[in-house]
Write a protein that binds this ligand. Structure first.
Ligand SMILES: Nc1ncnc2c1ncn2[C@@H]1O[C@H](COP(=O)(O)OP(=O)(O)OP(=O)(O)O)[C@@H](O)[C@H]1O
Length: 128
């Protein structure tokens, strides 16, 4: 297979993975929706370049972690359909990783958006 063809195929497989995760996982759809809302808010509040960078990194990490969590769930389900403490540990730890970073991302969102919201309400009150 030619180098370019191999590259095209690997992009195509990666994109199928993104679509499969969105289609199969409700949590992934919730994360995508939250990311869209945050991006719209960022546009409305005209956040700074550094705030954009932090926001995009945060969104990227949350979505990627959710996909890795989904992949781990699939592999565990493939390995066993019986109860196993290691299967439970693998799934719970992977889910814990998403939960941990989702919590941190809420704090990041609050730190970025609160000053913009305060400024917005100050301006609105001044206007009235
Ligand atoms: N084979 C197993 N052995 C032991 N415990 C398991 C096993 N499969 C799942 N569990 C436990 O049940 C929980 C739910 O597992 P499930 O496969 O339904 O994933 P999930 O939590 O529904 O994932 P999500 O809701 O993020 O799609 C896991 O977090 C784990 O604690």
């Amino acid at each position: 297979m030619r180098k370019r063809e191999r590259l095209r195929k690997s992009f195509s497989h990666a994109w199928s993975g993104v679509k499969a995760a969105i289609q199969a996982e409700r949590n992934m759809r919730i994360h995508v929706l939250m990311a869209a809302i945050v991006v719209i808010a960022a546009i409305i509040f005209k956040i700074s370049k550094i705030e954009w960078l932090i926001l995009l990194i945060t969104i990227g990490i949350v979505l990627s972690l959710e996909m890795i969590n989904t992949a781990i769930e699939r592999v565990v389900d493939l390995a066993t359909d019986e109860y196993h403490p290691l299967a439970k540990a693998a799934k719970d730890i992977a889910a814990g990783a998403v939960f941990l970073f989702a919590f941190i991302s809420i704090i990041i969102g609050v730190v970025i958006f609160i000053p913009h919201l305060v400024h917005f309400f100050k301006y609105s009150l001044h206007f009235w």
